[in-house]
Design a protein around this ligand. Structure first.
Ligand SMILES: NC(=O)C1=CN([C@@H]2O[C@H](COP(=O)(O)OP(=O)(O)OC[C@H]3O[C@@H](n4cnc5c(N)ncnc54)[C@H](O)[C@@H]3O)[C@@H](O)[C@H]2O)C=CC1
Ligand SMILES: CC(C)c1ccc(C(=O)O)c(O)c1O
Length: 253
């Protein structure tokens, strides 16, 4: 698929990795539908995309809400007339141990609400957006790809029951959707990033950063552009489907 003039929706497109993907695809001439909760961040990201050479429109939407998602994808079709791809990128962290001994007493530490909030956004949100994008693409006769952003934590990371379960779930959806959607000319792939440089890591003390990167075989964190280029590769290569790409500097948790 050529990215020039393709319409690509990115959830969580307002900041971080989603914004980096948007700018990278915009520079290749893609037309971006940026979806996020934060209106101000969306406006900044859309401006950056336009400067990079692509068109961009913004949609305030909670990916965990079925109504919001249905309205958003209807609006995208109304605005652009087509949809060629989706990057399911929006995600949240609410880390915590499941149980812990404190003062000789065993405590339940991960609250149900803490579990559910991550499942709602990181797993149900991916399902809702994937289902809506596929429906609109099939109705319109548009071919393309859906990409689920997972994490190295999908293998199971201490303190991340909720997050690891959701990321394992979105990884499992990749071969399911690849098989179900191939007949409509829609591919599905996943990316599992390791530790990536963000605004949060930029503000960390050098000693803490050094400790974090010491265990990574490539001895550095990944750059947002390295995730964005994996996204572009997937859209541009019409024979990749049903698999995960691990972009993690060879780290294993
Ligand atoms: N930064 C990293 O090192 C890694 C990130 N990831 C994954 O990459 C993705 C992006 O991560 P970052 O850019 O670091 O995060 P971030 O927190 O900087 O950006 C996430 C974006 O998603 C949006 N969002 C959150 N909940 C939403 C909802 N309910 N509806 C719509 N938008 C919502 C936020 O407003 C924000 O703009 C996530 O899925 C994350 O799990 C995976 C591995 C490593
Ligand atoms: C534990 C993994 C590598 C990780 C680290 C940081 C973030 C983040 O800041 O959003 C993640 O989403 C992760 O999956």
């Amino acid at each position: 698929m050529k990215l020039q003039d393709s319409v690509i929706a990115i959830t969580g497109g307002g900041q971080g990795l989603g914004r980096a993907m948007a700018e990278y695809l915009a520079a290749k001439g893609a037309r971006l539908a940026l979806i996020d909760l934060m209106e101000d961040k969306l406006a900044e990201a859309a401006d950056a995309c336009k400067k990079a050479g692509g068109d961009a429109k913004t949609y305030v939407c909670n990916v965990a809400k079925e109504d919001d998602v249905e309205k958003t994808f209807q609006a995208i079709i109304n605005d652009f007339g087509h949809l060629n791809g989706l990057v399911n990128n929006a995600g949240i962290l609410r880390d915590g141990l499941m149980v812990k001994f404190k003062d000789g007493k065993l405590e339940k530490r991960m609250e149900l609400a803490q579990w559910q909030s991550v499942i709602d956004v990181n797993l149900t949100g991916v399902f809702l957006c994937g289902r809506e994008a596929a429906t609109r693409m099939i109705e319109n006769g548009d071919q393309g790809a859906i990409i689920n952003i997972a994490s190295i934590s999908r293998a199971g990371n201490m303190g991340q029951s909720n997050y690891s379960a959701a990321k394992a779930g979105v990884s499992a959806l990749v071969p399911v959707w690849a098989k179900e959607l191939a007949r409509y000319g829609i591919r599905c792939m996943g990316i599992a990033p390791g530790f990536i440089e963000t605004e949060m890591t930029a503000s960390m003390k050098p000693e803490a950063l050094e400790k974090m990167t010491a265990g990574i075989p490539l001895k550095r964190m990944g750059k947002p552009e390295e995730i964005a280029s994996a996204v572009a590769f997937i859209f541009e290569n019409d024979y990749v489907s049903g698999r995960m790409i691990e972009v993690d500097g060879a780290l294993r948790l």
